[in-house]
Design a protein around this ligand. Structure first.
Ligand SMILES: [Zn+2]
Length: 355
């Protein structure tokens, strides 16, 4: 197991990048890929690195969204508590007593998500899930003035979950916030660093604002003008107590997840076939996903221009959209391995034959 991958994932997950404020991840992307290819940005904040192979076309887009689900300051109460809105999908069960970082002009301010405690609630409401709009963030301020003037916490400040990088007793498993989608960003970085001979041009992208509606994916695709796209994700793992074993589709340690269908996109059938054949030929562990719900950047990418044949590869993570997701590093390695075998096959004849 490469320590490089673990170190890279630690650095990426500990960066704070909620939608519209992806700067910390963008800087890591830039510094790790400087000298590997030509680096450009678009006007929404997405970044891409173009690595030329032996020929200029076809153009292969390797996309990963840089943002993570977070929050935004809506207001500060007179007593100095912070009211917030969610930015991206959160489940209220996961929020109480969690730590967050509020990003201000004066730096990061630590806070705790709180609510009216059970002993102050009526018997009826005590057993219900708290409504997110009834929660607040406690930053330890004594007044609105102290929160806003001294600490710089003002309406509009982005708020990121705090979730340290934690190796687990099983040496293959790691927990941290934001594996959705820092696994994808790490894979784009490592693929571009390691790819040598390839009969195409590869554009590795870190896109913005996926968690609120695939917004960066659209502008990235216009800028990159790809002939084919591979989207890298950290999709939910289903190997949990209570899950339906008949539809279990994301197992930690099951290998790279190849997503054939979700409500946002149907994978290109010939690209799917080539991907599965490649994984099988090189004995790369893989698992297939046909998802009832969810969507990825591919939902936007495949519809841009005259259309872009696309596929989604994922490193499944338990507890995505929380402070404590878990991945198996072997699945990340399998995905990297598959990319390094798949991309060199995407020459102009093969790509022309996808459609
Ligand atoms: Zn994601």
């Amino acid at each position: 197991m490469s320590q490089t991958a673990v170190d890279l994932l630690e650095e990426l997950t500990q960066a704070d990048a909620i939608p519209g404020h992806e700067g910390e991840v963008r800087e890591i992307f830039h510094s790790r890929l400087q000298g590997v290819g030509d680096i450009q940005k678009d006007r929404l904040g997405s970044i891409f690195c173009t690595k030329n192979g032996s020929v200029t076309s076809p153009r292969i887009l390797l996309d990963s969204h840089m943002d993570e689900v977070g929050f935004i300051v809506q207001s500060v109460t007179g007593a100095g508590y912070v009211k917030f809105l969610t930015v991206g999908g959160w489940w209220a069960h996961t929020l109480l007593a969690q730590r967050v970082n509020i990003l201000t002009k004066q730096g990061k301010v630590s806070g705790i998500i709180g609510s009216t405690p059970p002993h102050l609630l009526s018997a009826g409401s005590r057993d219900k899930v708290m409504d997110i709009k009834d929660l607040y963030i406690d930053i330890g301020a004594e007044s609105a003035e102290q929160a806003m003037e001294q600490y710089g916490v003002k309406p509009g400040c982005p708020i990121a979950p705090y979730g340290p990088f934690m190796p687990m007793s099983n040496p293959k498993l790691f927990s941290a916030k934001a594996f959705d989608n820092r696994v994808g960003v790490g894979l784009v970085i490592e693929t571009l660093q390691q790819l040598s001979a390839h009969p195409n041009t590869v554009i590795g992208a870190g896109s913005v604002q996926e968690e609120i509606g695939l917004r960066g994916a659209r502008t990235v695709t216009v800028a990159a003008e790809p002939d084919v796209a591979i989207v890298l994700e950290g999709p939910p793992a289903d190997d949990l107590p209570g899950a339906n074993s008949n539809t279990l589709q994301g197992k930690l340690g099951g290998g790279v997840q190849i997503r054939l269908y979700d409500p946002s996109m149907i994978a290109n059938p010939r690209l799917t076939e080539l991907t599965i054949e490649t994984a099988t030929a090189h004995q790369i562990p893989h698992q297939i996903a046909v998802r009832t719900s969810g969507g990825t950047d591919a939902g936007a990418i495949h519809q841009v221009g005259r259309g872009v044949p696309s596929i989604v590869l994922g490193v499944p993570a338990r507890y995505v959209h929380s402070h404590v997701s878990i991945i198996n590093i072997d699945d990340y390695r399998a995905t990297l391995d598959l990319l390094l075998h798949l991309i060199p096959q995407l020459d102009s004849t093969t790509v022309d034959n996808l459609v």
